[in-house]
Write a protein that binds this ligand. Structure first.
Ligand SMILES: C[S@@+](CC[C@H](N)C(=O)[O-])C[C@H]1O[C@@H](n2cnc3c(N)ncnc32)[C@H](O)[C@@H]1O
Length: 485
């Protein structure tokens, strides 16, 4: 729905991106520059920019970095490359420094040193803040085109392609079946197509010596590569300045990580360093993992190109809408719901919850650690309550918490939870396929992009079913005679 409103469909935007992929291969010779093209033939599982990239670990050490002697970069069976402890060395104790990068190794946007840098910054300023990965991506692309880049050993080890949905075939974008994500993908694809034009216009007549990409043409596909490299590998440390951290970015993700990143010194200071420190004991052969962030799968797929199964932070987004709530509560057997026509005292509380009036934020969610969005839960409780006096005895925090058992009594609580149950059922119906259909597709070992799209929607549905079971248990635990609305 949202994607249609935004204009071009993700599928058409994707087609245009795909059609520029071959145009990316620019081969006109020039000094001081490295072609943006690269051969697809390299390691079968994870093709890298260079067919035989330099040893990243040794480069970090040569440039003054520290790497714990027990660590290696090795193929992970499912996640591409990863950092792991060797079988031979002993266990690594908690607190041990695993990697230490001096300030010259991280790659980030820098203050302009010449005309090319100044142009790059002007382009970066044209990118909206929410697409910070494109800003950093421009810097990466600048270094990728230089033949003598300090960061070449790092760049040579980067993946040649990414599994983020801007590169999905149109069919697999449709396979996601989830409007908020389709909207984001569409936005990114349209941005890349527009930005390609802007970059071409800006750099069209710039002489090669002042050109941020050494005179090479930049297309939406190369911009997409750079944006995806940055979004899937950059870290935002103190000061929120995103940086690419060579070798550190070979560590894969876990919500129960055994390591964490520590920044020492200010980002701008010359003695800044970035360390990876063992959070727990790291056994022989164990992978070193970092937590990329406690986010839903939308974020993981859009920025990193993977889906976390049983992600405790996954959510389904919906829009707070009185008519939808009336329909849901009637379907749940709640008599005379008045979500679309709240009384004045109820409107006042909805305003406090930022669900009513000017500037209201109507996006609410189901799932994640709270199970039900606190603002949605409070609104339901308040709108189902008969009088302002009972409600007035509780503060908003209590009304927003599912942990507080039935603050307005079991009858209101049962009706509120039943309405949420019905909302879950409505959300489930928005997916065109059933859980069993998705499981059957996955059993058939489809192409990777189909697998990711189907896994994404399956995880959302399984999460909704979990919430429904959770709420049913809560409704049952309310006193039996009052839980029937
Ligand atoms: C920061 S890089 C880590 C190094 C990467 N594996 C490589 O081969 O270069 C992040 C990427 O690793 C993969 N990855 C990391 N953790 C993962 C996980 N828990 N599940 C699936 N893929 C993961 C994804 O492709 C992700 O975009």
């Amino acid at each position: 729905m949202a994607a249609a409103a935004a204009g071009a469909t993700p599928a058409t935007a994707r087609k245009a991106l795909a059609s520029t992929t071959s145009a990316l291969l620019s081969s006109s010779p020039a000094l001081r520059r490295r072609s943006l093209s690269c051969s697809a033939a390299s390691a079968a599982t994870a093709p890298r920019i260079a067919q035989q990239p330099p040893d990243l670990l040794r480069w970090v050490q040569r440039e003054g970095g520290f790497v714990h002697p027990a660590l290696r970069v090795a193929d992970h069976p499912e996640y591409g490359l990863g950092v792991s402890a060797t079988a031979a060395d002993g266990i690594i104790p908690p607190g041990a420094v695993l990697i230490d990068l001096p300030g010259r190794i991280p790659l980030r946007l820098r203050r302009p040193a010449d005309a090319a840098d100044a142009l790059l910054m002007q382009l970066a300023d044209r990118v909206p803040e929410e697409l910070w990965s494109m800003r950093l991506g421009l810097r990466l692309l600048q270094e990728r085109t230089k033949s003598d880049s300090f960061w070449w050993p790092y760049i040579a080890n980067l993946p040649e392609t990414f599994t983020v949905p801007i590169f999905f075939p149109g069919e697999d974008i449709k396979n996601l079946q989830y409007a908020p994500l389709l909207h984001q993908i569409n936005k990114r694809c349209r941005f890349l197509l527009e930005f390609e034009k802007e970059v071409k216009q800006k750099l069209g007549t710039v002489p090669s010596g002042d050109h941020p990409f050494c005179g090479q043409d930049v297309h939406s596909s190369s911009l997409g590569w750079a944006m995806s490299a940055a979004s899937s590998r950059a870290f935002r440390l103190h000061g929120e300045i995103p940086m690419l951290l060579p070798l550190v970015d070979m560590c894969n993700h876990s919500f129960s990580p055994n390591a964490r990143i520590v920044q020492e010194g200010d980002v701008e200071s010359p003695d800044m360093s970035v360390k990876v420190v063992a959070e727990t004991q790291i056994d022989q052969n164990a992978a070193v993992t970092l937590n990329y962030g406690c986010y839903p799968n939308d974020f993981y797929l859009l920025d990193y190109g993977f889906v976390v199964t049983s992600n405790p932070y996954d959510q389904v987004e919906l829009s707070y809408d009185g008519n939808l709530l009336d329909a849901a509560s009637m379907a749940a057997g709640v008599s005379n719901p008045n979500f679309s026509t709240p009384a004045k005292w109820q409107q006042d509380i909805l305003s406090q919850l930022n669900l009513h009036g000017e500037g209201a934020v109507l996006k609410v969610s189901l799932g994640g650690p709270d199970v039900v969005d606190g603002r949605l839960l409070a609104a339901l409780r308040v709108l189902l309550a008969a009088d302002p006096d009972t409600v007035g005895k509780h503060d908003l925090e209590t009304l927003m918490s599912l942990g507080t058992k039935a603050p307005l009594g079991p009858t209101v609580e049962a009706s509120a939870l039943r309405t949420v149950l019905a909302l879950c059922a409505i959300a489930l119906q928005h997916f065109h396929t059933k859980i069993m259909d998705d499981q059957a597709v996955l059993k058939g070992e489809p192409p990777l992009t189909t697998e990711l799209a189907v896994q994404f929607r399956l995880q959302k549905k399984l999460m909704l079913v979990d919430i429904m079971q959770n709420l049913s248990r809560r409704i049952k635990s309310l006193s039996p005679e009052k839980s029937t609305a």
